[in-house]
Design a protein around this ligand. Structure first.
Ligand code: ADP
Ligand code: ASP
Ligand code: MG
Length: 405
């Protein structure tokens, strides 16, 4: 029997009616003669609500306890979905990440999957069950529960598809696929028929929340095609793959934006060797990823050093950076949380000149000031004011004529 791995996101299981809708879809897939493993996210905004609850109890929640708490969200939806399937006279069983064999390291809140041992899943499939797996969670060798980072249920799904040898991983969500920009921001954004792993990885890493970036990375590593489609409508989705038959296309694939951005500037840093290491080692140890680093030209032996982190990491970044800044004799630290990033992504960018200039002109004409610029071979990113991000995305979408195929 062919095996299907599906994933349903938070808004697709937001209430009882939607859980029943998902159950009907899974039952239909089963009745078409497939074995089905379905990964689910927590219902609606549950994860945000649990984080807020923890914050009301303490402003520095213990990381282990927080992961244990957050994992409950996915457990709730998995159990309810299994019940809804049974109510449709299907045989179904829910499994936690641990029961599903998702083994992770112990980096709470952003744990990495080290191995998948789907022994129990295989056993249940063989027994004729539909298997519902709680996404986003795993277990360490010490048997502590971990979570994979926000949006991590996608990663659970791709990891299981790989481990179970599925041909495809199906991600069902509240939009019909991957678009040239967030369709909530740009109504004329165009749904892509397909997109390569590399481009999707850049889109996801720079804010296109429709896919968890690590899920894309896993797909690329294991050549697992990923279909992104709607859980509400029967409509063709977007295939993420590495195949050769990519549609003939423009050089810009899409615009990603990210509002989860903050900038830290360390002022008046003495310009001598070892300073950058002193500043960034503690952040690396805390698992905080630093995105853009800019060191200004030094004046009289002093320089300003700016870098960006996720806004959700800002408080901890400041807590770690302030004492180091003092220790190295810097003049102080400044933070700016009201920033966002807008990125132009496309494999063709690397081979053709002029994209950056066109991007900067479009932003200039929209009255938008650029604070920092970073690039990769297939991406150009500008750091701008948060309040201008929506305008920037629309201006770039127009400037690169992404609404037309
Ligand atoms: P789920 O709960 O199903 O995982 P998410 O909220 O994580 O769903 O991701 C889907 C959302 O991603 C969409 O509602 C959309 O607003 C957003 N999004 C951002 N960029 C894009 C894009 N380029 N294409 C499609 N959706 C996007
Ligand atoms: N529930 C988790 C989150 O909100 C994981 C997910 O939805 O993929 O981030
Ligand atoms: Mg998601």
């Amino acid at each position: 029997m062919p095996l299907i791995v599906q994933k349903y996101g938070g808004s697709s299981v937001a209430d009882a009616a939607r859980i029943k809708n998902v159950a009907r879809r899974i039952a239909a897939a089963r009745e078409r003669g497939n074995e089905v493993v379905a990964v689910v996210s927590a219902m609606g905004d549950t994860t945000d609500e649990l984080i807020e609850l923890a914050r009301q109890v303490t402003d520095q929640p213990d990381r282990r306890e927080l992961d244990m708490l957050l994992s409950t969200g996915e457990t709730v939806s998995a159990t309810l979905l299994a019940m809804a399937l049974r109510a449709l006279s299907q045989r179904a069983i829910s499994l936690s990440g641990a029961q599903a064999g998702i083994k992770t390291d112990a980096t709470y809140s952003r744990a990495i999957i080290e191995a998948v041992r789907p022994r129990r899943i295989k056993h249940e499939l063989k027994d004729g069950q539909i298997v519902i797996v709680a996404g986003f969670q795993g277990i360490t060798t010490e048997e502590d529960i971990t979570t994979l980072g926000r949006g991590g249920s996608d990663t659970t799904a791709v990891a299981l598809a790989v481990a179970l040898g599925a041909k495809l991983c199906e991600i069902y969500t509240d939009v019909e696929g991957v678009y040239t920009a967030d369709p909530r921001l740009v109504p004329e954004a165009r749904k892509l028929v397909e997109i390569g792993y590399e481009e999707m990885l850049e889109m996801a890493s720079y804010g296109a929340r429709v896919m968890h970036n690590r899920a894309v990375e896993l797909g690329q590593l294991h050549h697992m095609p990923i279909l992104v489609a709607s859980s509400f409508k029967e409509a063709a989705g977007t295939l993420i793959h590495g195949g050769a038959n990519m549609e003939t296309r423009k050089k810009v694939r899409g615009i990603a934006h990210d509002l989860n951005v903050a900038k830290v500037t360390v002022l008046g840093v003495p310009d001598r060797p070892g300073i950058a290491a002193a500043l960034f080692e503690p952040l690396a140890q805390a698992g905080i990823s630093v995105d853009t680093i800019v060191q200004n030209v030094s004046h009289q032996g002093l320089t300003d050093l700016s870098f960006t982190v996720a806004r959700s990491d800002l408080a901890e970044t400041m807590r770690l950076t302030q004492p180091v800044a003092q220790g190295i004799g810097a003049q102080g630290c400044r933070e700016d949380a009201a920033l966002g990033k807008v990125s132009l992504v496309g494999a063709g960018i690397q081979s053709a000149p002029g994209f950056a200039a066109r991007m900067f002109r479009a932003l200039f004409e929209a009255g938008i000031n650029i604070e920092l610029i970073t690039t990769s071979e297939i991406r150009i990113t500008c750091l701008i004011k948060e309040a201008q991000v929506a305008d920037a995305v629309r201006a770039l979408h127009r400037a690169f004529e992404l609404e037309t195929d």
